[in-house]
Design a protein around this ligand. Structure first.
Ligand code: 5AD
Ligand code: FES
Length: 352
């Protein structure tokens, strides 16, 4: 078994590796570590995109506040509860409530929804609602929320500053990840692969940081240009040496997933929708065979789903929850894996 401790330089060398035979070794190592630490079960997390309102101006994201070409929606509590019950019907162990940073999602309103889901179903509840005030995070944890996702997007502070205007008076994302941990959430983060201006060295640092943060969940997807955003329309292209630029390809995403599995053997790592978007044929399977162990099927009602357009051409945007459920089960079984049951939380196993 390969040693899973990799230095930043070793990670960077792997990211630059293009020899197919060496890359086969990387996929094999990642798959072996995945099997040893989290097993063959693929856990399904039902994604409910509860609101596309957003007050922030992320320069990569299609639902940013400045995009006025988008009809905005916020699901009702009953609609959200109905989706949670569908998750139970499909035997998913978790629901992920995701939205833009939407102050219209009031603290108590969401707390009540979390309590109702926890009272009426066996589901784990994951929140992915952006940079909320600490009081909100405390309240939702007390209401029963189990996990929180907040990607740091890139550990390159300069690049992050360019693509993610900060909000005065808010703690930054790194600080919030610490707060979430102290509150007892399982903590998820992650990055985009191939942001214009992102260097191979900084992606290697991202992967090293995942390990130092001891993250429970790590989402990694390719950057997909969105014409309704400054970064996607080419308005904001930080000039760097093309040899240093991270490509936003499925191959580079898979390298990042595989290396992340090696340095974070116990983490829950999804094969992301963005990877399936740039490789509709086999992106889901590539992620799962190169380190990932989670899939997040979309449960958002179709009339809203098309409005949650973070990036164009999102996989499954016109598929019903039933269709995605059936499709994903077939895909998982086709690669000889099983479907996980129960909430599928972070396992803590001694790493010898
Ligand atoms: N391409 C790929 N991923 C994106 N995200 C936001 N915009 C894009 C884009 N244009 C990702 C971010 C965010 C997550 C919810 O979606 O990483 O954290
Ligand atoms: Fe949605 Fe295949 S995963 S249709």
């Amino acid at each position: 078994m390969a040693d899973n401790r990799l230095t930043i330089d070793e990670i960077e060398r792997w990211l630059r590796q293009d020899d197919p035979a060496r890359l086969e070794d990387l996929w094999r190592q990642a798959d072996a570590v995945r099997r040893q630490f989290v097993g063959d079960a693929v856990h399904l997390r039902g994604l409910i995109e509860i609101s596309n309102h957003c007050v922030r101006g992320c320069r990569y994201c299609g639902i940013n506040a400045a995009n006025d070409s988008l009809v905005r929606y916020r699901m009702t509590a009953d609609e959200i509860l109905a989706c949670a019950h569908r998750a139970v019907d499909f035997d998913y162990g978790t629901v992920v409530l995701q939205a833009g940073e939407d102050p219209g999602i009031e603290t108590e309103w969401l707390a009540d929804i979390v309590r109702r889901i926890k009272r009426r179903t066996p589901l784990a509840v994951t929140l992915s609602l952006g940079e909320r005030p600490v009081e909100d995070l405390i309240c939702w944890r007390k209401s029963g929320a189990d996990r929180y996702l907040l990607r740091f997007e890139t550990s390159d502070a300069r690049l992050y500053g360019m693509i993610h205007p900060s909000s005065p008076g808010h703690p930054d994302r790194m600080e919030l990840l610490g707060v979430l941990r102290r509150l007892g959430y399982e903590v998820g983060s992650g990055v985009m692969v191939g942001i214009p201006g992102q260097r191979l060295h900084s992606l290697a640092e991202d992967i090293n940081l995942f390990a130092r943060l001891d993250l429970d969940m790590i989402g990694i997807g390719p950057f997909i240009p969105n014409l309704h955003t400054p970064l996607g329309s080419g308005e904001l292209a930080p000039p760097i040496d093309p040899a240093e630029q991270v490509p936003n390809t499925d191959l580079m995403t898979c390298k990042a997933v595989a290396l992340t599995r090696r340095v974070c053997p116990q983490a829950n790592i999804p094969s992301t929708t963005a990877l399936a978007t740039i490789n509709p044929e086999s992106g889901r399977e590539l992620g799962l065979t190169r380190g990932a162990n989670i899939i997040m099927p979309n449960l958002t009602p179709l009339q809203y789903r098309t409005l949650y357009e973070i990036y164009p051409g999102k996989a499954c945007i016109n598929e019903t929850a039933d269709a995605c459920n059936a499709c994903l089960r077939t895909r998982i079984e086709s690669i000889g894996r099983t479907i996980g049951s129960g909430p599928g939380g972070r396992k803590r196993i001694s790493n010898g």
